[in-house]
Design a protein around this ligand. Structure first.
Ligand code: PLP
Length: 379
């Protein structure tokens, strides 16, 4: 049996909507489907304003520009994350301060955040790893107390909640990904949630996204020509991608239920190994409802993880490691970080194994993965 790591789910309506998009005669950004997606996300997330972007990386870049980050500023984020959390900060000339993660949730450790706040700290970029929420009340309290902005990296966390509030809508900004590995996809794509009720914040985001012009206002008939009004870039995707994504979002409950079933089956099947103290399974705190983006196991050691990964591969199962901690990557080292500085991050980076996870995964495939892991670890 072959069990790939990921297969993007399709609902059957993607091509129909793309064809319809082509027939509208407008396939560039901000056409019919982009508007539909923005509205759908705003309504279902109870969000103030959502703008579709070319990627989550670009949504994070937009937030960093909008926050006015600059040389001399410091921004705190975890080192256990994808490069896209840190790059937007460096691109503005600000300094990245890596914080440790919490061993239970693998999310940013708020005690370490507090220790690392200085009078130069302008923002925190928390990551909701695996679609599991950070403790947002405590994080927002720290941010408010210190007059610091928050941009939630919710790349993996669309439709997860913290105390019944959707992730990405709690900080000043939230950023989502529709990359093919995520729950809802369009190949490459993202969105930014602008959570400030200040209309100027939305206007500014529209300008940044439209190459520094007020073209969005022009399209709404609010100005009679558009011009260059600020810095910006090209962060809006083709409407054909939005058409693909709209089909996915319409099937959001079905996709959620399929992933939930896979997650629960893995959990039940592997619990015995956790009970025997051989591996650890993911923890979802009570304050969070997960979108079941990922299923990972934490091994005893790097050796055990690599042994599992290699042997599962022999059995046709693609299980993969995840982040190599950013502070030990060449760029992190150039910034002056060294191995040993964030021990929990390093341990998780060395021992975490992600199991195949996608909406079309069958019970037979999940059981095959479980029995292979058990055979390898119980013998
Ligand atoms: C935590 C995190 N942030 C940002 C990104 C970047 O998303 P995108 O590929 O849409 O740019 C990813 C992608 O996997 C991610 O996991």
């Amino acid at each position: 049996m072959q069990v790939p790591f990921n297969i993007p789910y399709t609902t059957g309506n993607e091509l129909k909507y793309i064809e319809d998009c082509i027939n509208t005669g407008k396939i560039c950004g901000d056409g019919k489907y982009t508007k539909l997606v923005n509205k759908y996300l705003e309504e279902t997330l109870f969000a103030n304003k959502i703008l579709l972007t070319t990627s989550c990386t670009h949504a994070l870049e937009m937030a960093a520009i909008q926050m006015g980050l600059k040389e001399g500023d410091e921004v705190i984020c975890p080192a256990y994350t994808f490069v896209s959390t840190a790059n937007p900060i460096l691109l503005r000339g600000a300094k990245v301060i890596f914080a440790e993660i919490d061993e239970k949730t693998l999310n940013i450790d708020l005690d370490d955040v507090e220790r690392k706040i200085t009078n130069k700290t302008k923002a925190i970029f928390p990551v909701h790893y695996a679609g599991v929420s950070c403790d947002m009340d405590s994080l927002m309290d720290i941010a408010k107390k210190n007059n610091i902005m928050v941009c939630e990296d919710a790349a993996q966390a669309l439709y997860s909640t913290y105390k019944n509030r959707y992730l990405g809508t709690i900080g000043d900004y939230g950023c989502f990904s529709f990359h093919e590995t995520k729950n809802y996809v369009c190949g490459e794509g993202g969105a930014i949630s602008i959570n400030s009720a200040d209309a100027l914040a939305v206007e500014k985001a529209e300008i940044i996204r439209e190459k520094g012009t007020d073209r969005s206002k022009f399209y709404r008939g609010q100005v009679d020509k558009y011009t260059w009004v600020d810095i910006g870039s090209s962060y809006l995707p083709s409407d054909m991608l939005a058409a693909f994504l709209y089909a996915q979002l319409e099937a959001k409950n079905e996709i959620f239920e399929r992933r939930e079933r896979v997650y629960n089956r893995y959990y039940e099947g592997l619990k015995e190994l956790q009970d025997k103290g051989i591996i650890r399974l993911p923890i979802i705190p009570d304050f969070c409802k997960s979108n079941y983006h990922m299923f990972y196991i934490l091994c005893e050691s790097e050796k055990q993880r690599d042994y599992l990964m290699a042997n599962l591969k022999q059995a046709g199962i693609t299980a993969v490691f995840h982040y190599l901690p950013l502070h030990t990557a060449p760029v992190g080292e150039k910034m002056g970080y060294k191995k040993g500085q964030l021990p929990i991050t390093e341990k998780i980076g060395a021992t975490l194994l992600r199991l195949p996870m996608y909406a079309d995964l069958t019970d037979e495939q999940v059981d095959y993965v479980i029995s292979n892991i058990k055979n390898l670890l119980l013998k």
